[in-house]
Design a protein around this ligand. Structure first.
Ligand code: HEC
Length: 179
């Protein structure tokens, strides 16, 4: 008898504890719950905004002319020594090699070097002068500028390097217009 009474007491205690625990949990959830919908709303909102930023248009080439005033002619000359002299000379009256001599190139017409065997792609532009922006586009990506040209040069990606290089070309071009 007293044993079963003890069992009942323990059972009642466990039950009470269980109910209390359950209630505490329920109250706890009621208190915590209000923040859950907000977090869910934020997480739903972000992926919806993401595709707008994930589809950039093909970037237009940044204009080079505004960068020329602050460009570094010496750095440009070094770039030319490293990346262009294997095919081009830059001195007045210099010989053409794989590529034409580039003295006085800014402001000169396309295919400017007499006697050099230009591609049809460059010869087709012979009435157009080499402006700063034309030179920018050519050096950035020769193939895109004149498809079918025969200058085997992949292109110079850095806009700052192109500004330095073009400032150097300008410095050896007595007939260059003001940028
Ligand atoms: C692998 C050889 C090679 C390299 C390297 C090279 N070029 Fe050329 N370049 C050529 C050839 C060949 C042509 C003639 C392209 C044609 O007729 O299609 C040319 C043409 C040009 C022209 C047009 C000249 C004109 O009279 O219209 C310019 C400007 C020029 N290169 C600048 C550069 C510069 C600046 C660099 C370095 C960043 C460079 N090139 C690197 C071979 C080269």
């Amino acid at each position: 008898m007293s044993n079963s009474l003890e069992v009942n007491k323990i059972f009642a205690a466990v039950l009470t504890a269980g109910v209390t625990f359950g209630l505490a949990g329920l109250v706890g959830r009621l208190v915590v719950h209000p923040t859950t919908p907000k977090q869910a709303a934020i997480q739903i909102g972000e992926p919806a905004a993401a595709p707008v930023a994930a589809a950039p248009a093909a970037p237009a080439l940044e204009p080079i002319t505004p960068l020329l005033a602050a460009a570094n002619v010496q750095a440009g000359q070094q770039l030319a020594q490293r990346q262009c002299v294997s095919c081009h000379s830059f001195n007045e009256g210099g010989r053409s090699g794989v590529g034409p001599n580039l003295y006085s190139i800014i402001g000169a017409k396309h295919a400017h070097a007499a006697g050099f065997n230009y591609s049809a792609a460059i010869r087709a532009m012979a009435d157009k002068p080499w402006t700063y922006e034309e030179m920018n586009a050519w050096i950035a990506n020769p193939r895109a500028y004149a498809s079918g040209n025969k200058m085997t040069y992949a292109g110079m990606a850095s806009v700052q390097n192109r500004a330095d290089l073009i400032a150097y070309l300008r410095s050896i071009s007595p007939n260059a217009p003001a940028p």
